[in-house]
Design a protein around this ligand. Sequence first.
Ligand code: ATP
Ligand code: MG
Length: 326
Amino acid sequence: MDIVLKTENLKTFYVLESMGEKKVVQAVNGVDLNIPRNEIFGIAGESGCGKSTLLKALLASLEPPLQLIDGKLLYLVDGEYLDVFSLSDDKIKELRWSYISYIPQGSMHVLNPVKKIKETFFEFLESHTKRKDRSEYLNLANEHLKELGLPSRVLDVYPHQLSGGMRQRTVIALATLLRPRVILADEPTTALDVVAQRAVIQLLKRIQKEFQNTIIMVTHDMGIHAQVTTRMAIMYAGKIVEEGPTDELFAKPIHPYTKHLIQSLPKIGDKEPREGIPGSPPSLVSPPPGCAFHPRCPYAFERCKVESPEFVKINQNHRVACFLAD
Ligand SMILES: Nc1ncnc2c1ncn2[C@@H]1O[C@H](COP(=O)(O)OP(=O)(O)OP(=O)(O)O)[C@@H](O)[C@H]1O
Ligand SMILES: [Mg+2]
């Protein structure tokens, strides 16, 4: 299995200071990930678990108050692993969009509301490519849209003239213009209706297949993960608690948190909405000691309150951080 992107004990915290008081939000707290090439990898977890912060870290986009505390981020570029945090800002900028690109959560803001979409595409190409003129840009944009099955008329309108779903697909087209090897997509389907969601999912699948690249998709929606991803990681309180092939996770979830997430999915025939997980994720300023899930876990015992569980390998592809998996 080719690993295209990996992290080793990655820790990125928000360090906030106001009136002499320091507050540290441990948003990404020791994450080890190995993302295989050529597939759609999912990251799931409830609101506030650190999913978006993890994507910012994977993009090496750490702006205050977000700080790198520890760990490594490695990209496989031309057959070699680059230690991203040791690169110059210029080199990181060069990798961004051409090697790795990002579709931010609530990505509608990416499109300038007072400009035709064409202009946003041109500006993007201008700042990331060299010596091209507008007609060349127009050709590139048109071809790319065609490749993705999107109508080229989107270039001639303003963002507000598009439906939410079409706007999101346009943002995805923009983020993939330079054919990045890795795409980070943060909640790309959230806030869209079911029909628009399906179109976005189809587009992401098409991009993955056509360009043989890697998509890392974050969403709290387990239903979307089941439809789109081949592997996934479950995140809780800044840590990965379970990782494995999506099918296997759904068929045989091991971590109590993964079980809860899957059980809370609505099923056909449900008359009442399913019960979510009792309680809510902890504050990441002072997460609970031991396993951070223990206060909500129906199976917690003494050890869970004091000791943080290491990963246990269920098989070659599946690992879980839970004492019960031992
Ligand atoms: N700019 C910031 N400054 C300080 N704390 C932040 C900032 N952004 C996020 N946080 C905190 O970091 C933690 C993780 O947030 P993050 O946005 O990564 O979670 P998430 O899993 O993406 O949630 P959601 O599903 O709601 O998008 C939360 O406790 C959040 O309050
Ligand atoms: Mg988020």
